[in-house]
Design a protein around this ligand. Structure first.
Ligand SMILES: [Zn+2]
Length: 396
């Protein structure tokens, strides 16, 4: 649900947020010895102050990111707090650290302000009590978020520090994600233990947060592994050499007699060469637009699409750029050219999926590989086009 925008950033409330708003309101309604409607109102006001604190925390991250030229797509409040969705990551580790600590810094500042207000108003009255609660929650928000495991802010700091030390941003994300996974399991274990020992079901909330951290850390880990594969492999590692080279001087008639009739079941890319040089790509669909009467007269050289006019990459093009190129094309495959300008191979989406799966020791059924080849869509759990877009945003 879109509520409005702050500093040009669209602000959303997720439906799950209303659950936590209700819980926090109920909890606070009974906290200040107030009763009836007034108690509920105090509960609601406190809850709104607390979630405004979360919102300011996210604004802290967002405004620093914006100052680095990064577009912030949205800020959303949901069950476990808030999230600011950014268009891309910071370009250097130091800038990434600045974005990561801006959130907790805002929380600590808010804690200070409300603690001062508490002292001014004295803790004995109702307003003072509410301010003390807001100060307390901001302190917890700041400290909790600095725990060094993804997806928490401390995890982002850890990631940037490892990135700075090793000069490998993928390694940074991978280790910070593993740290997040350990943290998530730890939270779940502690929650189970406490629930078992005390019988108090409120400990399950910690378990739920642990589960949330574990789930997100696992996604971060998978993304970091995929990013590394797509950034380090090149077209040469993925390409297939299954294409046919035809003589440019043979007529269309001869070509159809010889190849089309025998190879209908498995269309292979056809390239045309003459005088020892590659002339270009032959598109079978073109034949439908050429009069039959011309088939005896025209040669393949006459109807070929020159290599510089078809989508192509070089052998050393990083895999993620190959994927981005494929997304922009109508054709199901892309041509890989050697430094001398000859055809080295071709790449389609199924070739990429096979290699990526192999690198990760994933088993993808042949049927799924065939589906990718025919439908030109990546498998559900392996959206390589999205990972490639992320890498592109880091590259620029
Ligand atoms: Zn944060």
């Amino acid at each position: 649900m879109r509520i409005g925008s702050l500093f040009g950033i669209p602000f959303y409330l997720d439906s799950s947020w209303f659950i936590i708003l209700a819980l926090v309101t109920i909890f606070n309604a009974n906290s200040y010895n107030q009763t009836g409607i007034f108690g509920w109102l105090i509960g609601l006001i406190t809850a709104i102050l607390l979630f405004s604190s979360v919102l300011f925390h996210e604004l802290g991250h967002s405004l620093v990111a914006q100052s680095q030229g990064i577009k912030v797509n949205s800020i959303t409040l949901f069950l476990f707090g808030g999230v600011a969705a950014m268009e891309k990551e910071s370009s250097t580790p130091s800038k990434a650290i600045q974005v990561a600590i801006a959130g907790p810094a805002v929380s600590f500042i808010l804690c200070g302000i409300f603690w001062l207000l508490t002292n001014l108003l004295s803790v004995d009255n109702l307003l003072g009590n509410i301010c003390l609660e807001v100060a307390r929650v901001n302190l917890i928000l700041g400290i909790f978020n600095l725990i060094p495991g993804l997806p928490l802010d401390g995890g982002q700091v850890l990631k940037a520090m490892i990135w700075k030390i090793t000069n490998d941003r993928f390694k940074g994300m991978q280790y910070a994600a593993i740290s997040g996974k350990v943290l998530g399991w730890f939270g779940i274990a502690i929650a189970c233990l406490f629930t078992f020992l005390t019988g108090d079901l409120s400990n399950l909330w910690l378990g739920l947060i642990g589960w949330f951290i574990l789930r997100n850390a696992t996604i971060y880990e998978q993304v970091s592994i995929l990013q590394k594969i797509l950034a380090t492999l090149t077209a040469q590692d993925v390409m297939m050499r299954k294409f046919k080279v035809l003589n440019g001087h043979s007529t269309i008639h001869n070509f159809t007699e010889e190849y089309i009739l025998s190879n209908m079941a498995f269309p292979t890319p056809y390239y045309v060469a003459s005088e020892g040089r590659y002339r270009g790509l032959l598109r079978i669909n073109d034949l439908q637009t050429i009069e039959r009467s011309q088939w005896e007269n025209l040669t393949l050289n006459d109807i070929v699409h020159p290599l510089d006019a078809i989508p192509s990459v070089t052998e050393t093009t990083p895999l993620f750029k190959v994927i981005l190129n494929l997304e922009e094309m109508k054709e199901p495959f892309i041509t890989v050219l050697s430094p001398a300008g000859a055809v080295s191979g071709t790449i389609d989406r199924s070739d990429i999926v096979k290699i990526v799966a192999q690198k990760q020791n994933l088993l993808i059924p042949d049927l799924e590989i065939q589906r990718v080849k025919q439908e030109h869509i990546y498998p559900q759990g392996l959206q390589l086009n999205i990972i490639a877009k992320m890498l592109q945003s880091m590259d620029t």
